[in-house]
Design a protein around this ligand. Sequence first.
Ligand code: PGA
Length: 241
Amino acid sequence: MNYVIANWKMQRDFAQAVEFCTQHKERLAALAAHADRELIICPSFPALYTLKQILHNTAVHIGAQTVSSHAAGAYTGQVSAQSLAQVGCSYTLIGHSEQRQHAGSTNQDIALQYEQLVAAGITPILCIGEQYDAYRTGGTHKILQEQLAFLEQYASHDRVFLIAYEPVWAIGTGIVPDHAYLADIFTWLHERIDAPLLYGGSVKPDNAQTIMHIPHVDGLLVGGASLAIDALESICSTKVQ
Ligand code: PGA
């Protein structure tokens, strides 16, 4: 399976998200119609329900960008996994570096979010990745190991999730790690994790093909380039090896 995740972050407001999906419904439907491709659009919370309605008779999936680590209760400002399931989310990002950085998400919070999603029948997309300093000093594997550690408590047959490896220094910067570095990381991940492995960080139409041909890369998590329909189409039609 070839996964393409469009992470719209807070780049599009409700009206813009609705307009985009209404205007490009046929093209999005065509992209998602391939049996070996899963297209997941992650808008901000208010647009989830409406986009699900607009795209209801297509194979496009809708996903949230984060979720509460609690099931219900006095958690002002948070959204439960159950609510996300009810509005039609089939996937949800957890551990995105912008959540780790701006919302103070810890590995412990992320482990709880994972549990909430699985209980609600939503597939977690666990985002992991190192800061530039760790990259520079050879500390990437250690960071990834810490971010992945909580998964060890689950038997492998109970696990349903995707991993998105996103070096923090590649997100929104236009910089993509070199081929040898990514090949090493994806082989390392493949040896440890039995789940689809995605790459994210400055994916564009002109580098998508090269990245998808790195062994064990099963898909792409795309931020900026997923906002334009032409770029999204080009990235989706990247040939898988
Ligand atoms: P980018 O974002 O493609 O704009 O670098 C990726 C992400 O943050 O998921």
